[in-house]
Design a protein around this ligand. Structure first.
Ligand SMILES: O=P(O)(O)OC[C@H]1O[C@H](OP(=O)(O)OP(=O)(O)O)[C@H](O)[C@@H]1O
Ligand code: HPA
Length: 608
């Protein structure tokens, strides 16, 4: 009678190779540690009884001078066990757990394929599974990731996932097999080693025994859920996605988004269809779409997908969302497109040049300008109204975009390579899709706002607090248009950081230089989008005891606002599109444009 541990390992191996036909080759990956050595011995025992061939692979990562001789020793043990073929695979890798795992897996799979093996057995135990789940839990992971290592993964099989590590040691000891204790298993430099030596024992001590089993059970439960959700997401994806990724597939009907760029892997959805899905399904469908558009699976993280989800569920005219491998997710109206890196990036085009299939790329100013006098007197540009009006040759507003708003915005080559002439011929910017508010309208609005502020603050002095960097143009023009005495302070805050949507977490990058206590403070903002920056800023400034605190914002996106902020002076309500110009940037560019407009898809892709 074999010792119980030996029997348990043999039983697990017998089950794992039950489907391999007689004569088939099964390989065991062996490091010489107790787990894989016990596995190798069990395979050597089971294989002849099932008319199978059994071999051994051992991997040399080349980490130090001892690794090759040790691999040779492991190979020799394999031969002693009667395994054949036995091979040492060279898989050089940086000294990191992850890198070693990846190169080991690739080497094993390649050898398995070369040798015509039916399966390659790995010696992961229940303890390895528990450590994996705990590590992933600590990182914050979804169901798929928390489902740990599967027992079968293509040619890879893990027969020992229900056995404890101790059982493999006992099995080796019972069989008189000398195993190797890998020092990296106890090296505190490795997170897995710390989990094994410290974290799990503490959890067991504090929360009671059975933690490892419970974590492994969690993995099994979540794997079943993840499998079911992914199968469902796959069929929803097939139903909802319009794709131009496969040139051989019948062409999906042209949609406004598809018309923008005809090339490159591209997946499109109706926003309404995505909005109707549960979040669990939507995120999987979007992940699937990102992969189809060419995003690297390993680089694609949950926060990438959340940012794309925000285009569906928290639409505020955000910037297109850059995803790994150059994929861009972009919402236009009621459609969302995930566009692959092969989509053509159009070099700067001369003003006025068109792009076939790309509506509204660059039009000569005057063809499409900012809102005309037909726009509501309040300056409101409703989303339903095109923010641009067609201006015929007789339109008196035709050349107005070229009149200077201020010295700051005139006769100065901008950093994006376009000279903005003062008083010269109309000139748009090649990266601008559509001008929403012209230079002239901005100037008129600033004058109007200044007159209101002058009247409201007559007899008082105002401390203007400009919010850098976006408000720099408004601050410059407004301050010079005011008649009441003013002083200036600036604050730099950031709520957007490197992501594309406001996080609500605001950081002070530069604080005020002096106290505002007892002063009449007017905060000057370029734009209120979600309102999160301003809401935070007002709370912060209020706590400093000003005599009064009001806000002037040149632009506001009413549809995008998510928090209630009290703004006394608003220049223009604009649609929820992402806009640039007059202080507003995309990737720090376009602030010096004298008008405010939307960017072409090509410019967005280029700067992403
Ligand atoms: O209403 P919200 O959604 O919070 O967005 C508005 C804020 O975002 C922009 O600043 P950003 O953080 O981009 O910095 P910048 O001014 O330096 O461009 C803008 O200048 C506002 O301050
Ligand atoms: O539309 C915008 N453009 C530039 N910066 C911004 N910050 C918030 N909204 C915007």
């Amino acid at each position: 009678m074999p010792a119980p541990a030996v029997a348990a390992v043999r039983l697990a191996v017998r089950d794992a190779v039950a489907d391999v036909p007689p004569g088939g080759l099964v390989l065991v990956a062996c490091s010489g540690g107790a787990d894989s050595l016990a596995l190798a011995a069990a395979l050597a025992f089971v294989a002849p009884r099932r008319a199978l061939r059994a071999g051994l692979l051992t991997v040399d990562h080349g980490w130090d001078d001892t690794s090759r001789p040790r691999a040779e020793e492991v190979a020799a043990s394999g031969r002693l066990l009667g395994l054949s073929p036995v091979e040492v695979l060279a898989a050089p890798s940086p000294r990191s757990e992850g890198a070693a795992r990846d190169s080991r897996r690739a080497a094993l799979l390649a050898a398995g394929e070369r040798l015509g093996a039916h399966a390659v057995l790995l010696g992961h135990t229940l303890d390895d599974q528990a450590e994996t789940v705990l590590l992933r839990l600590a990182r914050g992971s979804g169901a798929r990731s928390l489902s740990g290592m599967p027992a079968t993964d293509g040619a890879i099989r893990r027969p020992l996932l229900r056995l404890r590590r101790d059982q493999t040691r006992q099995a080796c000891q019972s069989l008189g097999l000398e195993f190797w204790d890998d020092p990296t298993n106890t090296d505190p430099a490795f997170a897995r080693a710390r989990t094994r030596s410290t974290v799990l024992p503490v959890l067991e001590a504090e929360l009671g025994p059975g933690i490892a089993e419970a974590l492994a059970r969690t993995a099994d439960l979540l794997r079943a859920d993840a499998d079911a959700l992914e199968a469902q997401a796959e069929s929803v994806y097939a139903e909802l996605a319009g794709s131009a990724a496969d040139a051989t597939a019948p062409r999906a009907p042209r949609t406004p988004l598809a018309a923008e760029a005809e090339l490159g892997p591209r997946v499109e959805f109706d926003v309404a269809a995505l909005a109707g899905l549960t979040q669990a399904l939507r995120s999987r469908v979007l992940r699937r779409a990102a992969l189809a558009a060419g995003s690297s699976a390993s680089a694609l993280r949950a926060d990438h997908i959340w940012a794309v989800e925000d285009l569906v569920t928290r639409w505020r005219g955000q910037k297109p969302v850059p995803l790994p491998s150059g994929v861009l997710a972009r919402r236009t109206g009621g459609r969302i497109a995930l566009v692959g890196p092969d989509a053509p990036v159009r070099p700067d085009m001369p003003a006025g040049a068109g792009h076939p299939g790309c509506p509204g790329v660059v039009r000569a100013p005057g063809e499409r300008g900012g809102p005309t006098s037909r726009a509501p007197a309040s300056g409101t540009l409703t989303p339903g109204t095109p923010a641009s009006g067609d201006r015929g040759p007789g339109d008196p507003a035709r050349n107005e975009e070229d009149r200077p708003v201020s010295q700051a915005a005139t006769a100065k080559p901008d950093h994006d390579g376009t000279s903005i002439p003062a008083g010269g011929p109309p000139r748009a910017h090649p990266d601008i899709d559509e001008i929403l508010v012209s230079r002239d309208e901005i100037a008129a609005k600033i004058a109007e706002l200044a007159a209101r502020v002058d009247a409201d603050y007559a007899g008082r002095e105002i401390l203007l607090v400009g919010v850098l960097k976006g408000a720099v143009m408004v601050m410059a023009d407004l301050s010079r248009a005011l008649s009441v005495p003013i002083t200036m302070e600036f604050m730099a805050v950031s709520s957007y950081g490197s992501t594309t949507s406001s996080s609500g977490v605001v950081r002070i990058l530069k604080d005020l230089d002096r106290s505002i206590e007892g002063q009449d403070v007017l905060v000057v903002e370029d734009i209120i989008d979600s309102g999160l920056t301003l809401s935070w800023l007002l709370r912060n400034l209020r706590s400093r005891g000003p005599a009064s605190l009001e806000v002037l914002a040149l632009f506001r996106k009413p549809e995008a606002i998510t928090v209630d902020v009290d703004v006394r002076y608003v220049g223009f309500d604009i649609p929820s599109a992402f806009v640039v110009g007059y202080g507003l940037d995309y990737a720090e560019h376009y602030r010096t444009l004298p008008f405010v407009g939307t960017l072409t898809p090509e410019a967005i892709a280029r700067r992403a």
